[in-house]
Design a protein around this ligand. Structure first.
Ligand code: K4B
Ligand code: ZN
Length: 259
């Protein structure tokens, strides 16, 4: 009944360990700081292959912690293979994390730089597991592509989604949202960093193979401001700073597919 987890001073990331001990006890928590000098080029890493068709977008939702586009993931329509992955991973949803100001808001930090926002394209291993819920509990169950957002010029591909945000201001609201090609949100260069990590929100399951693209996509400051018109719990509670800070690397290696 009380407020569940969130990003406020009373229920934010520093409190999550109270209900989700893995937040403190885990060995592969996300996000992390990516320090290029400490990453290792791995020539055996394959390029990412994304076969995305636009048709299977379903809905746009204010989840109360982010804005999320859900896809029909009952068949192999939007599939990610290659990269560090074995098998095929089906796109289930994408969502964002962002800041109250343009100088911060991403979850991963690249060479000390926080970006204004970060896009997460969430996939699950449909070759080994029956559904998302089962995959979400397996060490190789999920693959999330992280894309940094940098405030610069306008991004036309984001406009269709951003112009629908007025209809989902309130937590839990949802509208039909179809024919949205997620590949339109990717930068031209798919060079990436990869490491073993976790969900960055509760339940913080350590089931994510992270693939963080080196190149950001851009959006205008007006578009960035639009994200902040969403509400967490009410009109006096704008949705912003919905990011988890970086977690200890512990004994993990970060690899990259470029030199
Ligand atoms: N920020 S992130 O990319 O790491 C990320 C965060 C949340 C999710 C997500 O879809 N869920 C987290 C758990 N939740 C509910 C759930 C579902 C099945 C089993 C158990 C619980 C759904 C995916 C990726
Ligand atoms: Zn996320």
């Amino acid at each position: 009944a009380g407020c569940g987890w969130g990003y406020g001073s009373k229920n934010g990331p520093s409190h999550w360990h109270e209900q989700f001990p893995i937040a403190k006890e885990g060995s592969r928590q996300s996000p992390i700081e990516l320090k290029n000098a400490e990453t290792k080029y791995d020539s055996s890493l394959k390029p990412l292959t994304l076969s995305y068709d636009a048709s299977s977008a379903k809905s746009l939702t204010n989840t109360g912690s982010s804005v999320q586009v859900d896809y029909e993931d009952g068949t192999d329509r939007l599939v990610l293979t290659g990269g560090p992955l074995c098998g095929k991973y089906r796109l289930r949803q994408f969502h964002f994390h962002w800041g109250a100001c343009d100088d911060h808001g991403s979850e991963h930090i690249l060479d000390g730089t926080s970006y204004s926002a970060e896009l997460h394209l969430v996939h699950w291993n449909a070759e080994k597991y029956c559904d998302f819920a089962e995959a979400a509990k397996a060490p190789d169950g999920l693959a999330v592509i992280g894309v940094f957002l940098k405030v610069c010029n306008e991004n036309p591909a984001l406009q269709k989604m951003l112009s629908s945000l007025d209809c989902i201001k309130k937590k839990g609201s949802k509208v039909e949202f179809t024919d949205f090609a997620p590949c339109a949100l990717l930068p031209p260069c798919l060079n990436y960093y990869t490491y073993l990590g976790s969900l960055t929100t509760p339940p913080l399951f350590e089931s994510v193979i992270w693939i963080v693209l080196k190149e950001p996509i851009t959006l205008s400051s007006e578009q960035m401001t639009k994200f902040r018109t969403l509400e967490f719990t009410g009109p006096d509670d704008p949705m912003q700073d919905n990011y988890r800070p970086p977690q200890p690397l512990k004994c993990r290696e970060i690899r990259k597919n470029f030199q």
